[in-house]
Design a protein around this ligand. Structure first.
Ligand SMILES: O=C(O)CCC(=O)C(=O)O
Ligand SMILES: [Fe+2]
Length: 363
């Protein structure tokens, strides 16, 4: 029988809908965001409030289709009650099978995820199909028919990124590299939300890079002038966004000797970074191998802007800098935002576990 139209409107997990953005406890990260798992198909089962028998059935169904869950094509995420007495039975099996735990005061989005069914989510985190748990055989065996993740739309879908050549002249790139080399660079971290505050964390498995911040003075002014004159108008044309502010005058180096990389992440997921709109990667040299940018929600295509050129993308896209295999990749990596996001930044400054607002300036 067809579902009533009003039910369909209230049901937010229908095929085509975005899968709700949720956070839950994971063993390595108490504030794990499922959004970070984009880039492959996800099979999700919300078993919060399920009986132990229902959980056992789901686990044995998953086990009998174990080979599908390899973290490259498909991952399974089961949601459970953090308080359930049998939670120790829910064991991860990597690659591919993970359990997330929700406490009673759980993430408000959890109620938007229909319970006791299998939900298949595409690599861009939109619902593809769903089926009641008891239909495990037909649901799980149909995973064999899925095209490779990059082809989920029937053809390759390129990410909405903009490559802008000739922002920095070759001589200016060389000057920035000299500035970097005279300093040497500090191992850099990444932002995480811990107990309501945005703090810097370090994990070499996640990020291997050394950075130099260009302090106030003529060199910083010269980077800002070029971005404002040459890059901002291109962003305005492509995205109708007027970037008026810049955060981070940062020169980064990824070293091939240590396989420098920055694993898949989004740049605006904490309160302290929510104001960021566009990320920019301006390559300062070309004598290295590897080190391309990749956008896992949009397949395997990689991007390498030319020397002095930039790759511009929305801070909410999942992206990674893949490992440098030879040489050293130098890049200038600012974030751009506008006046409306400057107000958000001011409001959120209280949540920053940093010393202050940092190196922020108007164009
Ligand atoms: O290496 C790059 O081009 C990207 C760096 C990046 O994603 C970041 O610093 O947030
Ligand atoms: Fe980033």
């Amino acid at each position: 029988m067809p579902r009533k139209a009003e039910n369909q409107v209230n049901d937010v997990c229908l095929p085509g809908d975005p899968f709700p953005s949720i956070r839950a406890g994971y063993k390595t990260n108490l504030n794990y965001s499922l959004d970070a798992a984009a880039g492959r198909y996800l099979v999700v089962a919300n078993l919060v409030n399920a009986s132990e028998a229902c959980f056992d059935d789901a686990v044995s169904a998953i086990k009998s289709h174990r080979a599908f869950f390899n973290d490259t094509d498909i991952s399974f995420f089961g949601f459970l009650d953090a308080e359930s007495t049998w939670r120790q039975k829910a064991q991860d099996s990597l690659p591919g099978i993970r359990w997330l735990f929700f406490s009673r005061d759980a993430d408000v989005a959890l109620h938007r995820i229909p319970p006791f069914c299998w939900i298949l989510v595409d690599p861009t985190l939109r619902v593809l199909t769903r089926a009641p748990l008891q239909f495990h055989r037909s649901f799980l065996s149909s995973l064999a028919l899925l095209p490779p993740p990059a082809m989920h739309g029937g053809s390759v879908i390129d990410p909405p990124v903009l490559i802008v050549p000739r922002i920095f002249e070759p001589d200016f790139c060389a000057e920035l590299i000299r500035h970097y080399d005279s300093d040497g660079g500090q191992l850099s971290g990444f932002m995480r939300e811990v107990a309501g505050r945005t703090v810097v964390q370090h994990d070499l498995n996640y990020k291997r890079r050394r950075d130099v911040i260009v302090g106030e003075g003529p060199l910083r002014d010269a980077t800002r002038a070029r971005i404002s004159r040459r890059l901002a108008p291109q962003i305005s044309r492509a995205f109708q966004f007027d970037a008026t502010r810049i955060e981070r005058y940062l020169i980064a180096a990824y070293d091939g000797d240590e396989g420098g990389w920055f694993r898949a992440h989004r740049d605006n997921t904490t309160k302290g970074t929510a104001h960021r709109k566009f990320a920019v990667s301006i390559n300062l040299n070309a004598d290295y191998d590897g080190g391309e940018l990749r956008f896992p929600e949009y397949g395997n295509r990689t991007y390498r802007p030319p020397l002095g050129g930039g790759c511009v993308f929305s801070c909410s896209l999942l992206h990674e800098a893949i490992s440098v295999r030879r040489g050293r990749r130098y890049a200038f990596l600012p974030f751009l935002y506008d006046e409306a996001s400057a107000a958000i930044r001011k409001e959120n400054a209280a949540f920053l576990g940093l010393k202050g607002l940092g190196d922020i300036e108007h164009f």
